[in-house]
Design a protein around this ligand. Structure first.
Ligand code: GTP
Ligand code: MG
Length: 367
């Protein structure tokens, strides 16, 4: 069955279902609560109720891949995710990278954790997404979220390839994301970076110097050795990808992290994929919507706008969105609200169906 039912529309418009049934009858289309309505009929009834609605097609809802005119595309910075086996030094590496960036950017500044960090190397930006562990990566990919351009695979030189190293390789390959290998802990006496290279060949991750596709860098997150080299390598990899986006349109992208802040209300870290996000924009993120009240960078400084590959914290949503939710800006706040409500309604119906399903099973169990 296509379209929403009478009951669903009543719910979405927050009016009594009987009121809608009455109007449908007067329009010459008698329907019951559970019968579904055509889009035309939905618009007619809404109009009759003095409500203006816009029906959004699934195509429109998934319009991230809208084809931009190539002449509108401009280079954008890479978005990078760090993955690897437990204890191989992912967090230490990010700390070392952040320290490099922060030290250059604003000496002594306190860096706030916003689920992403941006560093500047020789005037070029790299955005690191901190969140995805392997599970988060899978979940986001399952939802179609494109959240990373490059994976930095951290492998400890004293430990070599381990189960989660292989898992990370599989995730990256499935997502079609290139891997830069950071062979970490090279300061350790028992470090054997060449063994790591040999082991990885088995999994199709082959060093460029051996004729493969992958760039390798020996680092020590602990001592800070090789970090500059790694950042330059990431930029080289990014150059190969020729990353581009159209900055001159309504912003869209993904939620990296959402939380409820006692003082500030719902706070979301967003990654902009396309367009430019401004303070004041009408935005929908998953089932939340609102106007961007304030936008902050990782240093807690206010930003007026965020362009493709920027990660910023935004305030102003009416509820907390989930990591992996898409966000997008609408010209009209009512459209943002309509989409958020439509999604909430869909989620409620799915939830109800789930409950029914469980009840039925329980019933059978009892019989
Ligand atoms: P999980 O988040 O638990 O998966 O670990 P992780 O990959 O983030 O590793 P983390 O950065 O927490 O480092 C694990 C341990 O390795 C810590 O004790 C670090 O101090 C140590 N370590 C990380 N990098 C280096 C390094 O370059 N050299 C040495 N010697 N130790 C390191
Ligand atoms: Mg860690």
């Amino acid at each position: 069955s296509e379209g929403v039912t009478v009951a669903e529309l009543a719910d979405a418009l927050d009016v009594a279902a009987n009121d809608i049934i009455k109007r449908l009858f007067l329009l010459g289309t008698p329907l019951t609560m559970t019968q579904s309505m055509s889009n035309d009929l939905v618009e007619l009834v809404a109009d009759d109720l003095g409500r203006k609605i816009r029906i959004i097609s699934p195509e429109e809802e998934n319009s991230f891949s809208f084809y931009d005119d190539p002449s509108d595309l401009k280079p954008r910075p890479p978005v990078v995710t760090v993955m690897g086996h437990v204890d191989h030094g992912k967090t230490s590496l990010l700390d070392a990278i952040r320290h490099t960036g922060v030290a250059r950017h604003e000496a002594g500044g306190i860096t706030q954790h916003i689920g992403a960090s941006q560093v500047e190397i020789g005037g070029r930006q790299i955005t690191f997404v901190d969140t995805p562990g392997h599970e988060a990566f899978t979940a986001m990919r399952a939802r179609g979220a494109k959240i990373t351009d490059v994976v930095v695979l951290v492998v400890a030189a004293d430990d070599g390839v381990m189960p989660q190293t292989i898992e990370a390789i599989n995730h990256s390959k499935a997502a079609g994301v290139p891997i830069v290998v950071a062979v970490n802990k090279c300061d350790k006496p028992d470090a054997n970076p060449d063994r790591v290279r040999q082991e990885l060949v088995e999994y199709g991750v082959i060093p460029e110097e051996w004729g493969g596709q992958n760039m390798f860098v020996n680092v020590s997150a602990k001592k800070g050795d090789g970090i500059d080299d790694l950042l330059e390598t990431i930029l080289l990899q990014a150059d190969v990808l020729e990353l581009k986006a159209n900055p001159d349109t309504f912003a869209s992208g993904y939620i990296i992290e959402g939380k409820l802040d006692r003082g500030r209300g719902p706070v979301a870290t967003v990654l902009v994929n396309r367009g430019t996000l401004h303070v004041g924009d009408a935005i929908v993120a998953g089932m939340s919507h609102g106007r961007v009240r304030a936008m902050l960078d990782q240093h807690g400084d206010n930003k007026a706008e965020a362009t493709p590959s920027d990660a910023v914290e935004i305030l102003g949503l009416d509820s907390v969105p989930n990591a992996g939710d898409e966000f997008r800006v609408f010209e009209d706040e009512r459209d943002a609200r309509a989409l958020a409500e439509q999604r909430a309604l869909k989620a409620r119906i799915e939830e109800q169906n789930k409950v029914k399903h469980v009840t039925l099973e329980t019933l059978f169990d009892e019989m």
